[in-house]
Design a protein around this ligand. Structure first.
Ligand SMILES: [Zn+2]
Ligand SMILES: [Zn+2]
Length: 253
């Protein structure tokens, strides 16, 4: 499976509008982070996890030519806002996009994108096929997704294990039962927001402790804020098996 990090930034992205800190002013392309999303090319399907506000530009930048499905972690705006930008796949490729979301996330999509779900459909709206995600494993094409219960402060959200790849964003606490499902993964992606404590996201230290507990061959941090520091400096002080993801990073699992 080929994995492309489409975005690795927290909800405001990096640089932050009006901020003049060294990270926001950095010329290193890796310090420029769009909102968190990842592209999975499984062999028979092209899938993204989350479609935030930068979705359109992310697909153009990564030269994505096909899309079959969007899998959602949760309904916060930085994870869903770009749903409308699936329309070129509807028009040009004549295909509906499969959406995988829990009932609660579906309710949020129906509020935020009510026009997609009305009975009297306006011409040109996004064309989707909705699939309900529960605690059960599900398949997209030949690939199995294992939902992982994650707590984003008080909001239950989902991470996913897909074969030897595990993707978790916006975690603050992770249950023992989810940890059991993650064990043995070769690649772990986990959120690491900043050094300072935060109510709903892992700090840098919490992310390192989690990475060490899981012991994946390589762990990549994502959902990064400008407060974490410069890519170059932060990575220099990390063990070789813990890396900061950056926009455009491609890995194979
Ligand atoms: Zn800044
Ligand atoms: Zn988020």
């Amino acid at each position: 499976m080929k994995i492309t990090f489409l975005g690795t930034g927290t909800s405001q992205g990096v640089p932050v509008i009006t901020c003049g800190c060294i990270v926001c002013a950095s010329n290193d392309h890796r310090d420029k982070r769009l909102r968190t999303s990842v592209l999975l090319e499984t062999g028979d399907k092209t899938i993204v996890i989350d479609s935030g506000p930068d979705f359109r530009y992310q697909l153009l930048r990564a030269q994505v030519k096909d899309l079959d499905a969007i899998v959602y972690t949760h309904e916060h705006k930085d994870h869903i806002a770009g749903l409308d930008d699936i329309r070129p796949f509807n028009y040009l490729l004549h295909k509906n996009i499969d959406i995988y979301a829990t009932d609660r996330v579906q309710a949020a999509l129906k509020r935020e994108f009510s026009y997609i779900f009305t009975d009297a459909k306006y011409f040109g709206i996004p064309q989707i096929n909705m699939h309900t995600v529960t605690d059960e494993n599900f398949n997209i094409g030949e690939t199995t997704f294992i939902p992982l219960d994650i707590m984003h402060y008080k909001l239950p959200i989902l991470g996913y294990r897909i074969n030897d790849f595990t993707y978790i964003t916006d975690a603050k606490t992770i249950s023992e039962s989810s940890i059991e499902k993650i064990k043995g993964t070769k690649i772990l992606v986990i959120n690491a927001l900043q050094i300072q404590e935060h109510i709903s996201h892992f700090t840098f230290e919490e992310a390192i402790a989690f990475a060490e507990r899981i012991g994946a061959e390589t762990t990549y941090f994502t959902h990064i804020s400008h407060n974490l520091g410069l890519q170059e400096e932060v990575e220099r002080n990390l063990p070789p098996n813990i890396r900061l993801a950056y926009d455009g990073l491609v890995i194979e699992v």
